[in-house]
Design a protein around this ligand. Structure first.
Ligand SMILES: [Zn+2]
Length: 171
């Protein structure tokens, strides 16, 4: 899903200002923050506060299949409360969007490149969490909006790079 930019800004402001929205900080989800901080210390993501709201608010704004949003104009992350999802992964995913914006701004800000950057850097976490390969590939396919075969190639390519160099950090 790729809604118009202005809509994202408006929606994120709406969520942030909603009376039922709360927030997450480093101390509550150290594992997620540390995973990203270790790879990109220069982004100083430990200071980032992440807004969290009820899934009904996301649904009301038509983000039914979206778990988190990042807005570069506001430098804000919002995620939804949903028992179906692994919140640690959503936090890492959105923090990596932030990193891509802050650290990677030399590279193209094209939506697809940014998503690939996020996913490539998230793969080790999914492996660490003992996700099965087929589930990782499904996750990649869904987020890249690509076919399973392409997601599989992407996985093989990025996984190998990640294994070879611990400090893997580019597309
Ligand atoms: Zn994403």
């Amino acid at each position: 899903m790729n809604p118009k930019k202005n809509k994202i800004i408006e929606d994120i402001e709406f969520i942030i200002n909603h009376k039922d929205t709360s927030f997450i900080t480093y101390h509550q989800y150290k594992k997620s923050y540390d995973f990203v901080d270790k790879k990109f210390p220069e982004a100083k993501i430990k200071n980032i506060k992440i807004y969290i709201c009820d899934k009904n608010i996301f649904n009301k704004l038509n983000y039914n299949n979206v778990y988190g949003l990042y807005c570069s104009s506001l430098k804000a992350i919002v995620i939804k409360k949903d028992s179906d999802i692994d919140i640690e992964i959503v936090i890492i995913h959105e923090l990596l969007h932030y990193v891509s914006d802050i650290v990677n701004n030399l590279c193209s800000r094209k939506r697809k490149n940014e998503e690939d950057f996020v996913l490539a850097n998230l793969i080790d976490y999914l492996i660490e969490k003992k996700w099965e390969e087929k589930d990782i590939i499904m996750y990649l396919s869904k987020n890249r909006q690509c076919k399973i075969n392409e997601a599989k190639d992407f996985f093989e390519e990025k996984r190998n790079k990640t294994n070879k160099t611990k400090k893997f950090r580019i597309l």
